[in-house]
Write a protein that binds this ligand. Structure first.
Ligand code: GDP
Length: 208
């Protein structure tokens, strides 16, 4: 999948400052340090589009990027602030939650959430909470939001264990009312493994 162009659109620290919805969006969520910035950069083949942070959790806003494929299809890639950063105060955590939840619940163009999970760690409580939240907000959403699981850093898992790690991840996710999660996609921003599968999934969910 050739991406011919990608660019930063806007960063929003509050719901009010989000840019107006224009085209289908896929949002990337996950714990800080899961490899989210690296994954988005790998997807669009631009090393520096999303700044990878050495200070995990330092990004506290929703960042939107636009990617255009060779065939003209346009997507918004939405980088949600990472969670599970314990050094945050209660009020910061509450602000984070209301920003993400407000976005997930109210964004009319949101087609899918890609939940990134470290292939070596599996689903953690924060991830399960996000899954439950998306499930709970289905009724009020104007269109159903798909949820895709992505296992990051699969290059760190022994080849022979990748399949088992993906099986475990897929099985650990609670079943969704809308027919259940599909199988987790393995991804590595070092080897590029999974890039094509991820684009196929993104194309599928944004064409619904
Ligand atoms: P973010 O906080 O979720 O945006 O994570 P980053 O993309 O900044 O990555 C966090 C750390 O994991 C960095 O040190 C990256 O170099 C490393 N990393 C990211 N993706 C991969 C990957 O696919 N494989 C390996 N081995 N390391 C990765």
């Amino acid at each position: 999948f050739q991406i011919v162009d990608s660019s930063f659109v806007a960063g929003a620290g509050s719901l009010a400052s989000l840019p107006p919805p224009v085209s289908a969006e896929v949002a990337f969520a996950g714990r800080s340090n899961v490899g989210k910035s690296s994954l988005i950069n790998t997807l669009v083949e631009r090393k520096g589009l999303v700044r990878t942070s050495s200070n995990p959790g330092s990004t506290r806003q929703i960042n939107l990027y636009e990617a255009r494929a060779r065939d003209g299809a346009v997507f918004q890639l939405v980088d949600l602030p990472g969670y599970g950063f314990t050094r945050r105060s209660k009020s910061e955590q509450a602000a984070w939650a209301s920003l993400i939840e407000g976005y997930l619940r109210g964004r009319v163009t949101l087609a899918a959430v890609l939940l990134l999970v470290d292939a070596r760690r599996g689903l953690e409580e924060d991830d399960l909470e996000l899954i439950r939240f998306i499930e709970a907000s289905r009724d009020v959403a104007r269109r159903p939001v798909e949820l895709l699981l992505v296992a990051t850093k699969v290059d760190k898992v022994q080849r022979s264990s990748v399949r088992r790690a993906l099986d475990q991840l897929s099985a650990a996710a609670p079943r969704m009312a809308g027919g259940g999660l599909r199988r987790a996609i393995g991804f590595s921003s070092i080897t590029g493994e999974g890039r094509r599968d991820l684009w196929l999934a993104i194309r599928r969910v944004t064409q619904l």
